[in-house]
Design a protein around this ligand. Structure first.
Ligand code: NAP
Length: 165
């Protein structure tokens, strides 16, 4: 399984249950990576979507301890339940899409992290784990620097390091 997030220079990902910034090319990148795939997300991130509705053309698994059904999504009440729901999927087709609590809970199961790294420090209240400080992760690929008005950003793929035998 993989995770995908847009992070600022301090690995901030959100504030007040909203994204820090919306970059059209990043939205396109997210869509191209996740379309027709399975996404795992937290209930708060689902609520942050337009109309609180699951994303179209994706199998959505929402982590929640609440009992209400969510039209268009499957519910998992624990990490283990979510892992059980995706056990027959090709792991490359499963994307963890946030928020903070879900990234932290599923990172141990992820082999790649597709991060859009934005070169600006926002006032965030939600964060992605700092992969630059994590010896288990390394940068696999990095796009050239891109700009959106006065913002600079790049698409960086992190890979979990092979285990030393
Ligand atoms: N920059 C990005 O790429 C990106 C992507 C996604 C989200 N975000 C941001 O991230 C922030 C939200 O993150 P968050 O951590 O506050 O919320 P979240 O992870 O989206 O959702 C938290 C909720 O998930 C459920 N949950 C979490 N762990 C669970 C477990 N082990 N078992 C069952 N349910 C579990 C609980 O739902 P119940 O309360 O219903 O039980 C919990 O309240 C927002 O600011 C959002 O905009 C940013």
């Amino acid at each position: 399984m993989n995770c995908i997030a847009a992070v600022d220079s301090r690995f901030g990902i959100g504030r007040d249950n909203k994204l820090l910034v919306s970059i059209p090319e990043d939205m396109k990148y997210f869509r191209s990576k996740t379309l027709d795939k399975t996404v795992i997300l937290g209930r708060k991130t689902l609520e942050s979507f337009p109309n609180g509705a699951p994303l179209k053309r994706r199998r959505s698994i929402v982590l929640t301890r609440r009992s209400d059904a969510i039209p268009g999504a499957e519910i998992a009440r624990s990490v283990e339940e979510a892992l059980e729901l995706v056990k027959n999927e090709d792991p490359d087709n499963v994307f963890v899409i946030g928020g903070e609590s879900i990234y932290r809970a599923f990172l141990p199961y992820c082999s790649r992290a597709y991060l859009t790294k934005i070169d600006y420090a926002y006032e965030a209240d939600a964060f992605f784990p700092d992969l630059d400080a994590d010896p288990e992760w390394e940068v696999e690929e990095e796009s050239e620097e891109k700009t959106c008005f006065d913002l600079c950003y790049s698409f960086v793929t992190y890979k979990r390091k092979e285990e030393m035998k």
